[in-house]
Write a protein that binds this ligand. Structure first.
Ligand code: UT7
Length: 331
């Protein structure tokens, strides 16, 4: 019997309707379009407004429904729903459980997975392992974040970067050797002081004081995070290539976390890839945290061909980072 590998067999995506442009941000904080574009590569991002819907679950449900409708898949066949997110609907109750019920995945178990901007990448490893084990046949992995719920729109160092969105992929068994080939995943807890949100967790529960001191918003020491992200994302991508004897001609696509165009360019450069092989949509969505990787797959699905070699790379809070090598499974 041939070995079972875990392949992505369907993708979906969703971004909310409201567009927050650099020009609009100029009226909110001391910034300008030229600075944002040249330092980050971002032109606009999407924001989920209450008139449209609420919570990361809204985005996750839309992305999952897009996937199911596009490929005509019956939700009742799904065994497991994982929602990768840094902004769950609420503490304690699983966002994934709600999403699974809403999309009709009534036979699935469901849970959330949190590793900041690496949530989806780590989720790929988790989802693929369930498939490779032979235990489950259909695992739906969704990356969804409503970053606007934890952004301080008076802080120009963070509000220009993040946006809201969601993407979904389905993992299924493959006997042609396609799907996930190798992974190199890392974490370093000393990084948590440089990127995170102080209050609202068990370490600093919500209080009048935390609200007054604006502790429920994300903070980032941009320069430090930038340095770690540039070297670590490039390191892991290069390592995955070496370990699998891939040179730049073998790599069909780099699928990088969309945090900053300069970080993506540095990673591609180290891999010896020209920009025609780099998937990018940061200019339209900004950094959507757990949604960046699946939104790339959803936006560029038509260009991906069966057998293509994809190298994923991400870096995020914690710190968490890593790279995955995956062979695309369909046209
Ligand atoms: O996804 C999770 C991982 N996150 C990341 O990978 C993000 C990593 N960091 C970055 O992408 C970049 O560090 C930023 C985009 C956040 C900032 O870019 P930078 O080139 O590192 O800028 P900087 O923080 O060094 O600031 C340069 C200058 C400063 O002014 P002075 O001190 O030189 O006078 C800032 O005060 O730019 C100023 N500045 C701004 N100016 C206009 C900071 N934010 C803004 C702004 N508009 N929004």
């Amino acid at each position: 019997m041939s070995k079972i590998t875990a392949a992505i067999t369907a993708v979906g995506g969703y971004v909310p309707k409201f567009v927050l442009t650099n020009k609009m941000l100029e009226d909110m904080v001391e910034t300008n379009d030229e600075w944002i574009l040249s330092r980050t590569g971002i032109k606009e991002r999407r924001i989920l407004k209450p008139e449209e819907g609420e919570g990361s679950s809204y985005l996750a449900i839309k992305a999952a429904q897009n996937l199911l409708e596009k490929r005509n898949i019956n939700a009742e066949e799904i065994d497991l729903v994982i929602v990768a997110t840094a902004t769950p609907d609420s503490m304690v109750a699983s966002t994934a459980a709600f999403v699974a019920s809403e999309i009709g995945a009534i036979n699935a178990f469901a849970y959330d997975l949190l590793a900041a901007c690496s949530s989806f990448l780590f989720g790929m490893s988790t989802a693929a392992s369930y498939i490779q084990s032979g235990k489950y046949k259909k695992v739906l992995l969704i990356g969804a974040d409503k970053m606007s719920s934890i952004i301080d729109y008076t802080d120009r160092t963070t509000c220009i970067i993040f946006g809201d969105g969601a993407g979904a992929v389905l993992f299924e068994p493959n006997t042609e050797g396609l799907g996930l080939q190798d992974e190199y995943l890392r974490a370093d807890g000393s990084g948590r002081k440089y990127l995170g949100m102080d209050a609202g967790g068990s370490l600093m529960p919500a209080s009048e004081e935390t609200v007054k001191n604006r502790k429920h918003y994300i903070y980032q020491d941009g320069k430090t995070v930038f340095k770690f992200a540039v070297s670590n994302m490039a390191d892991v991508a290069e390592r995955i290539m070496k370990r699998n004897n891939l040179d730049h001609t073998d790599v069909s696509w780099l699928v990088p976390h969309q945090a900053n165009k300069r970080i993506i360019d540095a990673t591609a450069n180290r891999m010896g890839l020209d920009n025609t092989k780099v998937l990018m949509n940061i200019e339209r969505y900004g950094n959507t945290t757990s949604a960046t990787l699946p939104l790339l797959l959803s936006d560029f699905e038509k260009q991906l061909k069966k057998g293509d070699n994809l190298v994923f790379a991400a870096f995020g809070g914690g710190f968490t980072w890593g790279s995955i090598y995956l062979k695309w499974a369909y046209n």
